[in-house]
Ligand binder design. Structure first.
Ligand code: SAH
Length: 362
C-alpha cells in the first residue's frame, strides 16, 4: 500500500473506532503504525469522547506510597527485592492517616494506597487502615494498589470498604511477561487477580508500560484487544523508564508521544474509562500531564506521601515528586490544567457506570 493510501485508510479506521465499531488486531496495528499522522486527529476525537462522558472534569487522586519493601523481583522496577541500593521504608498507620488528612484539606476525595508487595502489611492491618479511612472520610474513595494478593485478602479488603484496585497486567502477552518478570511470577496469576478483583465488585484498573523491553507494535495492538475484552474501569499506562540498579537499566525509555497517542486510542475504545496522565508520563515529558489530558486522559495522581519518603519510592530514575507533582502544589497544577480547557474538581471521581458505594454488589 502506498503512503498516502495507508494514511487515508488509517484515518477511516480512526473514525470507525470513534463511532464505537470494533476493530481487529490488524486495524489497531495499522493505527499504531500511523501514530505520527494520526496523533492530532486522534487527540481531538478523544477529547470529544471524554466531553460526552465526563465533560471537561479532571479527577485527582492523592497517591500515598505506603511502603517500598517488596518481595518481588520485577526486572524493570526500582524497588525490586534484589535492589540493595534502595533505602527501605514503611509508613505507619498514623503516617498514612495523616497523609490522607492533609489530602482531604487540599480537596482530595480519593486516595490511592500504593506499595510494593510488603509481607508486613497483613490483611488485618490493611483492613484496619481502610476501615479507619472510610470512617473518617466517608465521602472519599479508597483505592489500593498493593500487587497480587489472595482472593480472601481482596475479599476482606473490599468488605473493609476499599472501592477500587489498581493492578496493571503489565503486558497482555505471556511470553513478553516472562521477559519482564522472574520465573517465580506468572502472567496467569496476574490475570487471575484481575478477574477476582472484578468479581468482588472493585472498580478495577489494569494497564501496561509503553516501550517496555521486548515490546513490539504488534504487542500494543494486542494490548488494545486485551483491554477491550477485560473492560476495566481504569487503565494506567506510562512509558517504561529505566532504573539504574535494575537488570533492564540499559534499555531505552519508552516514548511519551506513543503513550499519549495510545491514551487517545484507549479513550476512543472505552469512552467511559478513567484514564490517568501518569507520573511516568510527566517524568518523560515535563508537559506530559497536560498533553495526556489534551489527548483524552481525565485523571491525575499527585503525590501525597510524606515528603521525607518521596525520594525513596523510585520505580525508575528521575521520578518527579516535587513541583506540581506534589499534592501540596495542587493550586499550581489546577492552573496548568485550566490552560488545557479542563477543570480539576473536588470529587471521588467514580467510573460513570459504577457510582457511589458499591457494597450492595458484594
Ligand atoms: N506493587 C504494585 C505497585 C507497582 S508500582 C503492583 O505490583 O501493582 C506501579 C506500576 O509502576 C507498575 O505496575 C509498573 O507498571 C510501573 N513501573 C514499575 N517500574 C517502572 C519503570 N521502570 N518504568 C515505568 N513504569 C514502571
Amino acid at each position: 500500500m502506498g503512503q498516502i493510501q495507508a494514511k487515508v485508510s488509517a484515518e477511516a479506521l480512526l473514525h470507525r473506532l470513534a463511532a464505537g465499531q470494533a476493530l481487529d488486531r490488524e486495524d489497531y496495528l495499522c493505527l499504531i503504525e500511523q501514530q505520527q499522522t494520526l496523533a492530532e486527529p486522534a487527540a481531538a476525537l478523544a477529547r470529544q469522547a471524554r466531553r460526552r462522558t465526563y465533560g471537561d472534569r479532571v479527577f485527582i487522586r492523592g497517591l500515598i506510597e505506603i511502603s517500598n519493601h517488596c518481595r518481588n523481583n520485577c526486572y524493570y522496577c526500582g524497588i525490586r527485592a534484589g535492589n540493595r541500593a534502595v533505602e527501605r521504608y514503611r509508613l505507619s498507620e498514623e503516617e498514612i492517616l495523616a497523609s490522607a488528612s492533609a489530602g482531604y484539606a487540599l480537596g482530595f476525595r480519593s486516595f490511592v494506597l500504593q506499595g510494593g508487595e510488603d509481607p508486613q502489611y497483613t490483611d488485618e492491618y490493611l483492613c484496619r487502615i481502610v476501615r479507619e479511612l472510610k470512617r473518617r472520610y466517608g465521602d472519599c474513595a479508597v483505592t489500593l494498589s498493593l500487587g497480587e494478593r489472595s482472593y480472601e485478602s481482596y475479599r476482606m479488603l473490599r468488605e473493609a470498604g476499599a472501592d477500587r484496585y489498581l493492578l496493571r497486567h503489565e503486558t497482555a502477552n505471556g511470553e513478553h511477561y516472562a521477559q519482564l518478570h522472574p520465573p517465580s511470577m506468572s502472567h496467569a496469576a496476574r490475570l487471575q487477580c484481575l478477574h477476582w478483583l472484578q468479581e468482588l465488585g472493585y472498580q478495577t484498573g489494569a494497564g501496561f508500560m509503553v516501550g517496555s523491553p521486548g515490546q513490539t507494535l504488534k504487542h500494543l495492538a494486542d494490548e488494545m484487544l486485551f483491554l477491550r475484552q477485560l473492560r476495566p474501569q481504569m487503565v494506567g499506562i506510562g512509558p517504561f523508564l529505566p532504573q539504574r540498579d535494575t537488570p533492564l537499566h540499559a534499555h531505552a525509555p519508552g516514548s511519551a508521544e506513543l503513550t499519549i497517542f495510545l491514551l487517545s486510542l484507549i479513550r476512543l475504545m472505552l469512552p467511559e474509562v478513567l484514564l490517568p496522565a501518569t507520573t511516568a508520563l510527566g517524568t518523560a515529558d515535563p508537559m506530559g500531564r497536560e498533553k495526556g489530558i489534551m489527548a483524552g486522559a481525565n485523571v491525575l495522581m499527585p503525590n501525597l506521601s510524606p515528603p521525607d519518603v518521596r525520594g525513596k519510592y523510585l520505580l525508575y530514575d528521575n521520578k518527579i515528586h516535587t513541583g506540581v507533582e506534589a499534592a501540596q502544589h495542587i493550586e499550581a497544577l489546577r492552573e496548568r490544567i485550566r490552560k488545557t480547557g479542563c477543570e480539576i474538581v473536588i470529587d471521588r471521581g467514580d467510573h460513570i457506570g459504577k457510582t457511589g458505594e458499591n457494597h450492595h454488589e458484594l
